[in-house]
Design a protein around this ligand. Sequence first.
Ligand code: HEC
Length: 120
Amino acid sequence: MSRTFAQRGGVGLLPALTAAMMLVVALCVPVLADDPKAGRKKAAKCQVCHGYDGIGKNPEVPHIAGESEIYLIRQLRAFRSGTRKHPQMSIIAKGLSDHDITDLAAYYGILKLTVEVPDL
Ligand code: HEC
């Protein structure tokens, strides 16, 4: 007579799958925890040059409004680690935690930009 799923040890898979799912969730949490509201407050450090609107306040400063969050995170980490260097940004990024970086990227990333392409 054939054995049931449980008798074959099928149920033993459930705890293993549950544990695997919980691990996946735990790994995702830091990414999901980006907080644009916290990022807006932290942008006080950035606003002299980038503004709260993410538009560069002088010709040397790039616009970061609406920029991809992934790109912003990567650039801030690069300034912090020294793989990208700039006299001001390298110093500023040194003082940022991982959480500051993801919050700031979440804030600047959700700003909406409108672009007008001229007729050429
Ligand atoms: C004193 C002025 C100044 C301040 C303050 C400042 N930045 Fe910058 N930022 C710059 C300049 C200038 C650059 C261009 C760097 C370069 O030429 O490589 C830049 C570049 C960047 C870039 C890369 C943009 C790109 O297109 O690659 C990001 C992201 C950035 N800043 C985020 C921030 C954040 C977030 C803060 C606040 C924590 C901040 N900056 C504070 C001047 C500033």
